[in-house]
Design a protein around this ligand. Structure first.
Ligand code: NAD
Ligand code: MG
Length: 301
């Protein structure tokens, strides 16, 4: 892949640091697979360098097999955390690729596949992750469903239900379970979107959930403060992940993906990694109820 970055510390023009459009059309089935993407997304495999900022922590990341969640998993592992990821059963190849990378470097990655639309599974996942790792200090609620439809008339009952269950209900059940178990100092991080500030017409149901995630983050932060638990959000702009070519966007939009940002290109998953580490770490001790935008200049306010 061209433009693959091997340093996150060398001063570089951010506009040309990673691949820029135009991209080839590249339709693929949901939930989307990393190996089918051209160019291949950069999750920090060759660039993220840890410095012990999360030594001994225990982290659970949903949607950790690919995209933004995979970048968070690599960074957390290199910062010294044990990591558990959840993903859908059909994404096993993506999960195994990540396991090989992290365990090949001496880290710990537990795999817990399952469908977050199932309330019982959401609760069991949090409990089992805590048991397997011997604690739960970081919860990243990152998995999401996004299907583009031009009109409200095109959104089926089933799509609406799946989007709300995956993006909102799962967040509620997992947070409820985690709040019983997490110690003071722990951190919950919810992934919202630039579309949680301004919806786009073709992503009506999805954008609605991203607004809800922001609201939930702010509200839960106020409640969780009495336990010494911090709750924050990350709001990505357009990122080069399997979510998009697998139906999150139409293929015409894929060709120009990210061009609408002031930097003129999509983000690469690794560009979210430092914010995930900051929000999870003790360095963010006075940050709660906050959402960090990572958007190439799109406005989040
Ligand atoms: P991705 O496809 O790599 O990750 C999404 C993951 O969600 C999948 O890997 C899958 O494991 C998981 N998932 C979906 N339905 C599930 C279900 N029913 N049960 C369990 N897991 C399920 O894509 P990504 O772009 O890295 O997405 C991560 C987060 O980033 C999402 O919350 C998304 O809304 C957000 N986001 C992405 C962009 C972007 O342009 N890519 C922009 C803003 C926000
Ligand atoms: Mg995936």
């Amino acid at each position: 892949m061209t433009n693959r970055n091997t340093s996150l510390t060398t001063m570089t023009d951010p506009r040309s640091q990673y691949p820029q459009p135009p991209f080839d059309k590249q339709p693929q089935d949901k939930p989307g697979f990393t190996d089918k993407m051209d160019p291949r997304p950069d999750h920090g495999e060759e660039s993220y360098v840890g410095s012990g900022r999360l030594q001994g922590r225990k982290a659970l990341i949903t949607g950790g097999d690919s995209g933004i969640g995979r970048a968070a998993a690599i960074a957390y592992a290199r910062e010294g955390a044990a990591v558990t990821i959840n993903y859908l059963g059909e994404e096993e190849t993506d999960a195994q690729t990540l396991k090989q990378l992290i365990e090949g470097e001496g880290g710990t990655l537990n795999l817990m596949p399952g469908d977050l639309r199932d309330k019982g599974f959401c609760r069991a996942l949090v409990k089992e992750a805590e048991q397997v790792m011997g604690g739960l200090d970081i919860l990243v609620i990152n998995a999401a469903k996004q299907v583009m439809q031009e009109s409200i008339q095109d959104i089926s009952d089933e799509q609406f239900d799946d989007t709300v269950k995956t993006n909102i209900y799962a967040m509620f059940y997992m947070s409820q379970e985690a709040m019983k178990r997490m110690p003071a100092g722990a951190s919950i991080i919810n992934v919202t979107s630039v579309l949680g500030y301004e919806p786009v017409p073709g992503l009506l149901d999805y954008s609605m959930t991203k607004f809800a995630i922001r609201g939930f983050t702010q509200g839960l932060a106020k409640q969780a403060a009495e336990k010494g638990i911090r709750v924050n959000g990350i709001a990505p702009g357009p990122f080069w992940t399997p979510l998009q070519p697998s139906g999150g966007q139409d293929q015409e939009s894929i060709k120009e993906f990210g061009k609408q940002t002031p930097f003129g290109r999509p983000g690469q998953p690794v560009e979210c990694a430092p914010a995930f580490v900051l929000l999870a770490s003790q360095e963010a001790s006075y940050m709660t109820g906050e959402t960090i935008g990572i958007t190439g200049g799109m406005i989040t306010s």
